[in-house]
Design a protein around this ligand. Sequence first.
Ligand SMILES: [Zn+2]
Length: 160
Amino acid sequence: MQWEQLTAPEFSNAVRDTGVCILPLGVLERHSDHLPLGTDFLNAHRIASLAAEREAAVVFPPFYFGQIYEARCFPGALTIRPTLLVELLQAVLDEIGRNGFRKVILYNGHGGNNALVRFLVQCALWDEKPYTLYLPTAAVSKDRREAYDALRETHCGGHA
Ligand SMILES: [Zn+2]
């Protein structure tokens, strides 16, 4: 279920029935010259949406504010002040919780956000919240790694 596509009554039912919200995180940044600037959040949102089809959850709209200060020099990169970024994410998480979700999954599609999302999870210990944050790790089983590798067209990788 997509947060922005639900009616208010549907939303209330979704909160009651699932209690889970996935916040897909990405950023706007250059991905070489052949991929869209939104690649990270578009991928994260799509993967979160596919997961929500298997296990009922509400997917937050694509969130494209992230840490990309090292690539501000490239066209299309979008950055906001670091303290504002942390405050914005915390405010969004609190709003998700205020709307009734008790489990919030941070699904990050951008490597530059890795330290940020870990920090946000640590910050959740600062004061009591009505929700719990979950941060999936990149660790995968050997079987899943082999399945993933089999899908790849090349074995050289990297950003974009
Ligand atoms: Zn990225």
